[in-house]
Design a protein around this ligand. Sequence first.
Ligand SMILES: *Cc1c(COP(=O)(O)O)cnc(C)c1O
Length: 398
Amino acid sequence: MQAPKTNWAEVEARYYMRTFSRLPVVFERGEGCYVYDDAGKAYLDMVGGIAVNILGHAHPVLVEAITKQAQKIIHTSSLYYSEPQCELAEWLITRSPADRIFFANSGAEANEGAIKLARKYGRTQRNGAYEVITLDHSFHGRTLATLAATGQPKYHEPFLPMPDGFKSVPFNDFEAMRKAVSAKTAAIMLECIQGESGIHILDREYLHAVRKLCDDNNILLMCDEIQCGLGRTGTFYGFQQFGIEPDVITLAKGLAGGLPIGAFLAKEHCAVLTPGDHGSTMGGNPVCCAAGVAAMTYLEEQNLMGNAARMGQALKDELSNLKETLPGITEVRGLGLMVAFDTADPIAPDIVKKGLDKGIVLNATGPNTVRLVPPLIVSHGEVEKAVGLIADTFKAVS
Ligand SMILES: *Cc1c(COP(=O)(O)O)cnc(C)c1O
């Protein structure tokens, strides 16, 4: 006889802060691009833990790296040198336009550190400038400073007043950006492809104009690559798609293939932090960094960036074909494996729920937008299957 299953929803209702509206499913294990619930039902995973599981689930390379490191040493703190951390630092810096790195535990922490760097840069190199300009509908994290940087007032409202020194301007509007820049501006922080707000891509000309504006005014350009970086768009960094180079880069999500990690990278001229300025007890933990080295090495050796470009295009093309037959889909957009489609009616959350019945994991970024950020190992057969399941799901809810 089997033991009765824990009713997780009931446990949550009794003990948890009410911060998430979770879907009624328990994923117990995964393999490749599939996850399985506690009844053994399979689901094609087109979310990948929100752009985190870049090698899919239970990848042997990742499992082995984590196991080996856990058997050696799990945690030491940042007081000492760590072999996997040094290895990951070297791997990342030798493949980026930046010169120096700091390791944290999450995306919000990576951005928080970048904001501190911008403030010290402004204080020491730009007459006390401290303001960070961001874009409307951006997403930079949930700590107070990164929330203030996030250009979505609905997230600010319960926590007002926001920390001072942040301002957001309309997306792709260079005049608005130019007007917003002042003697107080230390940095501009942006996502070249906004993820959390539903996959919105900045114009190439806009990004080049912003880069020049920063150069002309000694302002730092900081690219939040937490979602669009790490090969997802077809190049290692999202900004490479547009031919610009930022001064500061932030990473997290997929960097360790599913373990918690974050990092910010800066060019030498703005790597202004000195001993005592910043720190983290667990940032760049040995197990997370060993996973990071394994994930990054595999990504490069297997050319998962090339796969992301090809599969992303295939996904976008197949969804565009579907749009021709289903007028309820109003737009398909994306770059590499950051893809979204809009619906005429506010049914995106229903599509996500019904998708689970049909055996596909999808994500809604709003009432009218479904987002797909699958593992970078996704195959052509899986892309075709996903679009078939989306078609079935769409028909079932509309
Ligand atoms: C997810 C995300 C963050 C926040 O990362 P956390 O690890 O959840 O703190 C910041 N910026 C972007 C672009 C993201 O997609």
